[in-house]
Write a protein that binds this ligand. Structure first.
Ligand SMILES: Cc1ncc(COP(=O)(O)O)c(C=O)c1O
Length: 431
């Protein structure tokens, strides 16, 4: 595929935008290429500025559960837009989207809309601290919660410990309020609660960690976190920015049989427009301004366009849509696994519903970040590059997951598997 225009736009962008991009993961750095400039996108397919068409399994990193420019979503946003793009005042769309969120996240009595997943988690953390009157957070190695200062922390040398900032610019005092544990490790969380139980405001976790591969957790482990929080008066925050609205059964909390105190949402809830949300039972939410003392606000929060996109997106996610996504997921798993085994390529496809990941080993997929083999990047970048050349786009990083949308068809899935077959046939690799 020719990418002359894309490459030349990237060169121009480098003069004006940092690294040519507005979010680092778009930079293709870890797969050794240049970002591709898109011109338009419809359904499952994006067209780049050089006229190449790609079947898209990134779907804007998750929000587009119904694919690109779905006519019904476009229409409902367009209709709203004619009446004004932002009121800075209440309107019915906020009530309607909140009702739909509460239907699926039944532990929520009240919802607050914001404009991104980062803002949702950041605000949920402030609320938890305000509610409990405590400062410490527990977070897990391998979970990402947006670029929230107190959660941009990775583990130091110990097993379970205060972490170190994963970016310059985060004050030491902020890092000092975050404890880090490995995922799927009972002893580590026991230790943290024994040492700091009465200072911990909240445990923050993606119940289905999907930012460092798909690191599926045992239900017993999530139950343990619930129990520890209850025993020590801490709140449990589930970050369902990725997993939210991806499952027919309801929230991922429902699937694992664990009810969090606060859930943070983003991505699908806005159907491709910028929305985040968090919600909890009334007693917690009423600590928020204007009812309570915990301040949080937003000029564009709950804006009518984003609410309209969210409402239509959720209304189209009926049982049939979830059943379809599951059947497509099963097909993807079958086809891709067959190809990987045929070539004895050290990868597995791990999947939950419409979320999937090329796990870099033939062994059981890992449940912790430190169990991901160190050659993950090398194994993946060959596959990524090869598939891209054949018209199938996966995320440009070995640690990012793929997304199925209701607009994907059997032919897209089978096509990707057979392209993978060709790519692996042409690769020279040794295990
Ligand atoms: C689990 C999770 N939480 C929070 C965020 C941050 O969301 P946003 O990029 O909308 O700020 C992300 C983004 O990928 C995420 O995956």
């Amino acid at each position: 595929m020719q990418r002359e225009k894309s490459n030349s736009l990237h060169t121009e962008a480098l003069e004006h935008l940092v690294g040519g991009v507005n979010s680092p993961v778009r930079a293709f750095k870890s797969v050794h290429g240049n970002p591709i400039y898109f011109e338009k996108a419809s359904g499952a397919v994006v067209t780049d500025v050089d006229g190449n068409q790609l079947v898209d399994f990134v779907q804007s990193w998750g929000p587009l559960v119904h694919g690109h420019s779905h006519p019904k979503i476009i229409e409902s946003v367009y209709e709203k837009m004619l009446n004004g793009t932002s009121f800075g005042a209440p309107h019915t769309g906020e009530i309607e989207l909140a009702k739909r969120v509460k239907k699926r996240f039944t532990h929520m009595d009240k919802v607050r809309f914001v404009s991104s997943g980062t803002e949702a988690v950041m605000s949920a953390v402030r609320l938890a601290r305000g509610y409990t009157g405590r400062d410490l957070l527990v977070k897990f190695e391998g979970c990402y919660h947006g670029h929230v200062d107190s959660l941009m922390v990775s583990s130091g040398s110990g097993l379970a410990t205060f972490g170190i900032a994963s970016s310059p610019g985060i004050p030491k005092d902020t890092v000092a309020t975050t404890l880090i544990a490995p995922l799927d490790d009972d002893e580590a969380v026991d230790f943290l609660f024994e040492e700091h139980g009465d200072e911990i405001a909240a445990v923050v976790i993606e119940p289905l960690p999907a930012n460092n591969g798909l690191l599926v957790q045992r239900h017993e482990y999530l139950t343990k976190l619930r129990t520890l929080c209850d025993q020590h008066g801490a709140l449990l925050i589930f970050d369902e920015v990725i997993s939210g609205f991806r499952f027919k059964e309801g929230s991922y909390g429902d699937i694992s049989g664990v009810t969090p105190d606060i859930t943070a949402l983003g991505k699908v809830i806005g159907g491709g427009l910028p929305v985040g949300a968090y919600g909890a039972r009334s007693e917690i939410m009423e600590k928020l301004s204007p009812l309570g003392p915990v301040y949080q606000a937003g000029t564009l929060s709950g804006n009518p366009l984003a609410m309209a996109a969210g409402i239509m997106t959720l209304d189209m996610l009926d049982n049939d849509a979830y059943d379809y996504l599951e059947s497509l997921g099963q097909l993807l798993e079958e086809c891709v696994e067959k190809v990987l085994q045929k070539h004895d390529y050290p990868m597995r496809l791990t999947r939950r519903g419409s979320l999937f990941w090329f796990s870099p080993s033939s062994a059981e997929p890992p449940s912790r970040a430190d169990l991901i083999p160190s050659n993950a990047g090398i194994l993946y970048s060959d596959v990524h590059r090869g598939l891209l050349e054949k018209g199938y786009m996966l995320a440009p990083s070995a640690y990012e997951i793929g997304f199925l949308a209701t607009v994907h068809q059997e032919e897209h899935v089978r096509g990707m598997a057979s392209a993978l077959d060709e790519v692996l046939s042409s690769l020279e690799w040794s295990s």
